[in-house]
Design a protein around this ligand. Structure first.
Ligand code: CA
Length: 378
């Protein structure tokens, strides 16, 4: 009887036990989801931290091509970070002059900058190799050297004493040899040629018998028009068309032996970079990689269209520099660069790495890129 009564209570006992179990599990779940909410809320608070940075550049604001790269970088970074990092781009002269960008970012006047490493050759001779040198690497090869050939580590080492982190932030691809009002049919025609060509390219021209002249970009048009210079280099069809150089020069020569794949740079102030959380640091690096590739893609498409426009609608006469001229310029480049590498031990170290990479990649590109393009032209 007793047993029977007890048995009658079994379902009730099981029900109570179940209710207790549900209550315990329920409260544990509520507590757990509560703590998750707190974590999420803390995460959301962290996400609201905003960084507003100034980016100084060596380019006139919104200059086609070159001036677009820093805008592309800033836009991509804002988009990736959902507005957590907002960069305002300043053109040359707005905060500091074009040639003041390196110092301004180094000193923290601006957190970030955009320009080209070879502009700083007076202060940092090794820097030229991180933009381009005559008969150096093309865009694809530069990216290979920087990212997988030890170039980036060297660049970081070169800029470290200035509290700067360098990143590749654009590439023009192979430039044009330039605009000439004198026809170049042989090495003889190079003698005494007055050409605006800055940097190491200018030193090479002098070695090859010409006279390098330094003239700011804004004066190129008039200087060609009035005959102050016989020739000038600039960039490539897309940029050159915008400057109107086809109106004052007869011949457009190629290839751009002096700038075979100019890399632009993003420079970040070290303290500013380190103040960012890791995810934003990664986004800064990724945005530079994006801008680096994007500019090359834009130039590839627009140079092609601009050249066609020049020839079809503006009567531009396209000319190739003769082999003897190119051969002489190449020999002169080696002499000038070997000498230049003696500037200081760091320049020698960078040159050695650059040169070794160039020799090995040239061998491979003979049978890959070059062989393919030759085959396509058959
Ligand atoms: Ca140029």
């Amino acid at each position: 009887m007793r047993n029977a009564v007890n048995r009658d209570y079994y379902p009730l006992v099981i029900l109570v036990l179940l209710a207790v179990l549900v209550a315990v599990i329920g409260s544990w779940v509520v507590e757990r989801s509560g703590s998750q909410k707190v974590e999420l809320r803390e995460g959301a608070l962290g996400a609201q931290q905003q960084y507003r940075w100034k980016m100084v550049t060596t380019w006139p604001k919104n200059l086609p091509g070159l001036g677009r790269a820093p805008e592309t970088f800033a836009k991509k970074l804002k988009e990736m970070s959902n507005g957590r990092i907002d960069i305002r781009v300043y053109g040359a002269g707005e905060i500091v002059p074009a040639m003041g960008v390196f110092d301004a970012v180094s000193e923290g006047i601006a957190e970030i900058g955009h320009g080209a490493a070879y502009y700083w050759k007076g202060k940092v001779p090794a820097a030229v190799f991180f933009t381009t040198v005559p008969f150096g690497l093309n865009a694809q090869e530069m990216n290979g050297w920087l990212n997988y050939g030890g170039g980036m580590e060297l660049w970081q080492e070169v800029y470290a004493p200035f509290d700067l982190l360098p990143l590749a932030g654009g590439n023009t691809g192979v430039q044009m040899a330039g605009w000439f009002n004198k026809e170049i049919n042989s090495l003889q025609d190079m003698q005494g040629l007055k050409m605006r060509i800055p940097g190491i390219g200018g030193e090479v021209l002098n070695q090859a018998g010409g006279t390098a002249v330094t003239i700011p970009g804004g004066e190129l048009y008039t200087s060609l028009q009035t005959g102050v210079i016989d020739a000038t280099e600039w960039v490539a069809p897309y940029n050159d068309l915008a400057l109107g150089l086809h109106e004052v020069a007869q011949y457009y020569y190629y290839p751009g032996w002096h700038e075979p794949g100019s890399t632009l740079e993003v420079i970040v102030n070290k303290q500013a970079y380190e103040s960012l959380p890791q995810d934003l640091q990664a986004m800064v690096r990724a945005s530079a990689t994006f801008a680096n590739q994007d500019m090359l893609d834009e130039y590839t498409a627009r140079n092609n269209a601009a050249l066609k426009d020049m020839i079809d609608n503006h009567g531009v006469q396209l000319r190739r520099l003769p082999d003897d001229v190119l051969r002489k310029l190449k020999q002169s480049s080696e002499i000038v660069l070997d000498e230049y590498a003696k500037s200081d031990p760091m320049t020698a170290k960078v040159y050695q790495s650059f040169k070794a990479f160039k020799e090995s990649v040239t061998q491979y590109h003979h049978i890959s890129e070059q062989a393919y393009i030759n085959a396509r032209d058959l």
